[in-house]
Every structure is written in structure tokens, then in C-alpha cells.
Design a protein around this ligand. Structure first.
Ligand code: NCD
Length: 302
């Protein structure tokens, strides 16, 4: 399998997805790293993050280093971008240093695509605006697989701020490719236009939305992407749309809860649910994120 970039889930075939997830599972076993990642020593990876990140940036760095690559985190805040250099000029400058992979996060949709056309190396989309976050969806699916052993036929609810969520979009594409039944639960103000055409069931009522689900993916309320008021008070949002123990009872008895992080406790999710080790997969998602990113980096290089 040879893919040059990972920009969107849409570009991956089911076979390629299965392949990435299979290797990610192998990478969880440290002894297998050397065997699978033969050509990575001496390769250079640059993390180019124009937006804040804890999990994604750290896990890409750890993933690259565990494979034996050199990883540089470009400090955007102290780079020449602050002196007025354009995005393309920055990318061309980095390209001139011949990196093997550029990992890009930006608050504007489409930036990783644009850069991929200007540079010679591979580009990974680590989140572009509200558009996509493909490695997050891949790690989410791997997390589900490890618990439910299948994706096909599972009832998956994605709830909260769907409008601003690149995680929601990538997961909708990926879960549909793998034949899950996807529904979104959200107040009408937080649903993207055209959601009806994304092969999801739209639930504007939380009881109906959670009824019989196997997996609940809770999304963060993305205040930084909201211009104006999309929700009433946070207290009211939590009351109607936040996931707490009582609402969770509507789901299947063995339903599991996920969240890409960072979580806003008491706004979209109650601490009792987020910290319930029997129900919440939040920290396991973080753990599997490193393995999935190792697998993606390895696929792009080898
Ligand atoms: C997500 C992101 O940045 O899109 N976080 C992440 O990568 N773990 C979701 C979010 O910021 O709410």
C-alpha cells in the first residue's frame, strides 16, 4: 500500500483503513516496532501546528520518535510567520530542508491540501478548521474495535457541537465507510448545513438520540470557532444536551462513552461519566492515538 498524503478519510479505501488499524494494533506491542518500520531511521518529520494542541501534537511527536525518526516541532509563535511571512513561503522554506513528512494543523479548512500541492514531501492533516481530523477518526475506530470487536452495524451517536467539529466530520466519513449506523444529536444551531446528505440520522431530541446506542462520542463546545451566540448559557446547554449519568441510561446497558478531548467538564459531559472507568474510553483514545499515528507515519514513509 502506498499513499503519499493523509489529508482526508475520503481518500482512504476500506483496505487501506484496515491496514493502518492492523499495524497500529501491532505497534501497541513495542517488540514489533523494529520489524514493521524498517526505513524510518534518519527520516525527518516537522510538526507545523498553527493551532493549540496537547494530545495530537504530543502523540505525533512520540509516534515519530518511537519509530526512530527525527521530529521537529516548529514553534509557530516564534517563527517568521510572526514577521509576516506567508503560509506558502513558510512551507516552501521548510520544504527546502527536505523533510519527509509535514504534519499540519491550521484553523482554516483546506490548508493541508494547499500545502500538499506546494511541497515534495508527504503531508498529514492534523486538523484543518472545522473540516477534517483523519487520524482522530482512525484512533476512535481502533478504540471502538478493541471493545466491540466490530464496527459494521454498531449504533454510534455523535453528540454536541457537530457544526464546528472536524472530529465529527472525519468520524462520519469513516464510520460510514465501515458500515456503522451513525446518528448525530445536537441542537439545530449546532448542526452543519447539509447534514441530511451525510448519511446520518439527525436527532434533535436527546432521548430519541441515545435510545439503543452502542457508542456515544461527545464533542467539545468549540467556543473559539463561534462568532456570536450558538448556545444559551453553558448551564442550560449542560441541562439539555450535556451527557450525565441519567441521560446515559437511555443508551444500551453496555454503551461506551468517548470524547476527543479536551473536555469541558459540566458543559458537554459530566465528570461522573467522563471519569467512569467502566464506561469512558477517553484516556484509551489518547493511548491508541500514538499507535495509530505510528502506523500512519510508517505507511507514508515505507
Ligand atoms: C480535537 C481537535 O482539535 O479537533 N481535539 C483533538 O485533536 N484531540 C477536538 C477539539 O478540539 O475539541
Amino acid at each position: 500500500m502506498k499513499i503519499k498524503h493523509l489529508l482526508s478519510i475520503k481518500d482512504l479505501s476500506v483496505k487501506e483503513i484496515e491496514n493502518i488499524l492492523k499495524d497500529a494494533s501491532k505497534f501497541l506491542n513495542k517488540n514489533k516496532i523494529y520489524k514493521i518500520s524498517k526505513n524510518i531511521k534518519g527520516k525527518n518529520i516537522i510538526n507545523l501546528f498553527f493551532e493549540d494542541s496537547t494530545r495530537t501534537l504530543t502523540s505525533f511527536e512520540l509516534a515519530g520518535k518511537q519509530l526512530g525518526a527525527s521530529v521537529i516541532n516548529m514553534a509557530v509563535a516564534t517563527s517568521s510567520i510572526k514577521k509576516g511571512e506567508s503560509l506558502i513561503d513558510t512551507a516552501m522554506t521548510l520544504n527546502a530542508m527536505s523533510p519527509d513528512i509535514l504534519i499540519v494543523r491550521h484553523n482554516m479548512s483546506g490548508v493541508p491540501y494547499l500545502l500538499s500541492e506546494k511541497v515534495n514531501c508527504s503531508v498529514i492533516n492534523a486538523g484543518d478548521g472545522s473540516n477534517e481530523h483523519p487520524t482522530q477518526a482512525l484512533l476512535d475506530v481502533l478504540t471502538i474495535l478493541r471493545h466491540k470487536k466490530r464496527i459494521s452495524g454498531l449504533e454510534v451517536a455523535i453528540m454536541g457541537d457537530v457544526l464546528h467539529s472536524r472530529v465529527a466530520r472525519s468520524n462520519i466519513y469513516l464510520l460510514n465507510k465501515l458500515k456503522a449506523k451513525v446518528r448525530v444529536i445536537s441542537p439545530p444551531t449546532l448542526l452543519p448545513p447539509g447534514i441530511e446528505n451525510m448519511n446520518v440520522k439527525v436527532c434533535k431530541n436527546i432521548n430519541e438520540g441515545l435510545d439503543g446506542v452502542d457508542i456515544i462520542m461527545v464533542l467539545r463546545i468549540q467556543k473559539e470557532r463561534m462568532k456570536g451566540s450558538f448556545v444559551p448559557s453553558e448551564k442550560e446547554f449542560f441541562r439539555f444536551w450535556g451527557l450525565d449519568g441519567e441521560k446515559l441510561n437511555k443508551a444500551k446497558k453496555n454503551a461506551l462513552v468517548m470524547h476527543p478531548g479536551p473536555i469541558n467538564r459540566g458543559i458537554e459531559i459530566d465528570s461522573d461519566v467522563a471519569d467512569d472507568i467502566g464506561r469512558s474510553l477517553i484516556l484509551e483514545q489518547v493511548k491508541l492515538g500514538v499507535a495509530v499515528r505510528m502506523s500512519v507515519i510508517n505507511k507514508l514513509i515505507n
